[in-house]
Design a protein around this ligand. Sequence first.
Ligand code: HEC
Length: 281
Amino acid sequence: MNFFKLEINLIFKFVALTVTLFFSSISHSAEGGPCKDYGECDVFKYSLNDIESLQRGAATYINYCYGCHSLKYSRWGRVASDLQIPEDIFFENLVFDKSIKPGDLMTGSMPEEESAKWFGVAPPDLTLVSRYKGDDWIYSYLRAYYEDASKQYGVNNLVYPGTAMPNVLMALQGNQRLVCKDIPVLAKNGGEKRDDQGNTITKEKCGFLEVEEGTGALNKEEFDSLIYDLTNFLVYVGEPIKATRERIGWYVVFYFLIFTALSSLLYREFHKDYNMKKGKA
Ligand code: HEC
């Protein structure tokens, strides 16, 4: 009986916890989204088995980000071997300080107090940024800079309004601006509203990001794919074992399936004996 009470108690606690979590997640999502003025963050799907994407991401990171942002929980040699880059090629092309050894942590090249003076905030270490900000957030953030003359660097960001980080990829993306567009007004049934002459009724809406043509070295697809690789790399750095963990997860599930099948066969075998003995008695 006691055992039964314990079970009821546990089930009750479990239900209470589920309900609490459910409501806290609802109230959280009502707080005006993590991507702020951008609206919903763009969805990011990492692909950690795409080694070439990770290699490109690492190269972009070291060339454009490492000057300000350390990755102090990872080591040079580990990144080289995980990304299947031969150590000599890696060190020759991506490690600019020749005194660095493969076992060294990627502690960055900028003294923290100096950078805090320059930017007002020290650029944070980014090893774990994909874990606490989320990959969707990073992917959106790096593509949401726009021209804003009122700011220190002449740019602002929709995802992180007032960010202290300059738009370091502007030469690649080009000059992105907030523009207004005439958008068709939708009727209640979801179709476009038209006036008596059959012309679509439009309304001016502002806040669209648009790159000034010819100002960047990359076009939109190329730039998005550069940021994809960069974000993918940050997901990898946040948990280098992730791809392996997910692969092993499937083996474990597979193992349990086989194990369940075998144990159920064994059960049947034992049960036969048991029935036989009962029959004899
Ligand atoms: C010139 C220095 C500089 C460079 C180069 C730079 N950043 Fe930053 N970054 C900063 C500063 C300063 C902040 C802090 C912004 C703030 O909190 O207002 C920041 C913040 C960030 C954040 C938000 C982190 C957080 O915890 O809020 C991310 C993500 C980020 N940077 C990614 C990058 C990536 C990716 C690159 C390379 C493409 C890069 N940064 C290059 C200076 C830099």
